[in-house]
Design a protein around this ligand. Structure first.
Ligand SMILES: NC(=O)C1=CN([C@@H]2O[C@H](COP(=O)(O)OP(=O)(O)OC[C@H]3O[C@@H](n4cnc5c(N)ncnc54)[C@H](OP(=O)(O)O)[C@@H]3O)[C@@H](O)[C@H]2O)C=CC1
Ligand SMILES: O=CC(=O)O
Length: 319
């Protein structure tokens, strides 16, 4: 049976064609302007299903989508969705766990390595014609191997970061997590510790915790001020987990040595963000899962979820 599907995502062409063959599809790559947003609202009035990302599903949009049965998010994070509103309408929300874990952990390690070796600054020197002689101590970075790795949120991505650090770089691992995870202490020869201990005893802190009201603003000036000499903070979860104003101030006054960020309180990062003027920050544009293979797998999983719910079957990865 043909259903009305609204897509707000750059699905890969073959998948879009498959969906179009089976359903009536209204496709937006993104909602870039008022005309798109108005057309999107119109389409949602008739939609049975939504697949995509970066759309704010507030109460008003849900009210304007009376037929909606499934929201198949092309993301693992579901912090942007009003979960109770969605549940109360019997709409199935699905996400894309597992398939993006390795790519996102790789991005965490990319940032960690770039920050440790100040790779962004060094690349800018080469391109700017400032590499005139061999570099001296003012351009040195810090070692990674054998340093202590602290992971905030020991879920799927946190564990993949731990695996890279523990097995690849011989790093002692500690982690902070909501539930007790003794089996992960054993798997990574790790210690589950308080947030305070993690911040004061880690050389590299990688934030991979899910955003919720409990974790919003979790990392603040007090924690950042307690970090070790030359400690580095990496955030690959959500910008709102770290108080960006505090982070910026600590990077500016040297309380924190360096940061590597993939996510920000507001995205895209505003052109006047103070972060942009800091040399001691590596800034990526939320590319945690952005590889062809991973994004395709996320889209496939989201589409499978959508089709299953429309057929009356259970979703593979309901939230
Ligand atoms: N930069 C990017 O492009 C990407 C970012 N992400 C972000 O990464 C996040 C994590 O993804 P993933 O690892 O798959 O998710 P998981 O659900 O597997 O992991 C989340 C972890 O956070 C922990 N946690 C949740 N709430 C708290 C709390 N209040 N205090 C302490 N720990 C808490 C959970 O603990 P518990 O064991 O108790 O459940 C769990 O271990 C996503 O939510 C998303 O925001 C994901 C993909 C790409
Ligand atoms: O940020 C990306 C996600 O999948 O969540």
């Amino acid at each position: 049976m043909q259903h009305n599907i609204v897509v707000v995502h750059e699905l890969y062409p073959e998948l879009l064609a498959t969906l179009q063959a089976e359903h009536h599809v209204t496709h937006f790559q993104r909602l870039g302007n008022d005309a798109d947003r108005a057309a999107f609202r119109d389409a949602m009035a008739e939609a049975d299903a939504f697949i995509g990302s970066n759309v704010k599903f507030d109460k008003a949009l849900l009210d304007a989508s009376p037929r909606l049965k499934v929201i198949a998010s092309v993301s693992v994070g579901v912090d942007a969705y009003p979960l109770e509103e969605i549940q109360s309408r019997n709409i199935v929300l699905t996400n894309t766990p597992e398939v993006l874990t390795d790519a996102t952990a790789d991005t965490g390690f990319l940032l960690l390595m770039m920050a440790a070796r100040r790779a962004g600054e060094m690349e800018r020197k080469v391109r700017g014609g400032q590499w005139q002689a061999s570099l001296g101590r003012t351009d040195f970075g810090v070692d990674i191997t054998g340093k202590t790795l602290g992971i905030v949120g020991m879920g799927r991505i946190g564990q993949a970061v731990a695996q890279r650090g523990h097995h690849g770089f011989n790093m002692p691992v500690m982690f902070y997590n909501r539930s007790e995870r003794p089996e992960l202490e054993e798997a990574f020869d790790a210690r589950q510790v308080s947030l305070e201990t993690l911040f004061s005893e880690s050389d590299f802190i990688v934030v991979t915790v899910a955003l919720s009201e409990a974790t919003r603003g979790l990392v603040d000036r007090n924690l950042l001020a307690a970090t070790r000499d030359k400690a580095i903070l990496i955030n690959i979860s959500r910008g709102q987990v770290v108080v960006e104003e505090d982070l910026t101030a600590c990077l500016q006054d040297g309380t924190l040595y360096y940061a590597g960020l993939d996510v920000y309180e507001r995205e895209p990062l505003a052109p006047d963000s103070a972060l942009l003027s800091l040399d001691n920050a590596v800034l990526l544009p939320h590319i945690g899962s952005s590889t062809f293979e991973t994004r395709n797998a996320m889209c496939d999983l989201a589409a499978d979820n959508l089709n299953r719910v429309l057929k009356g079957e259970s979703a593979l990865t309901p939230v």
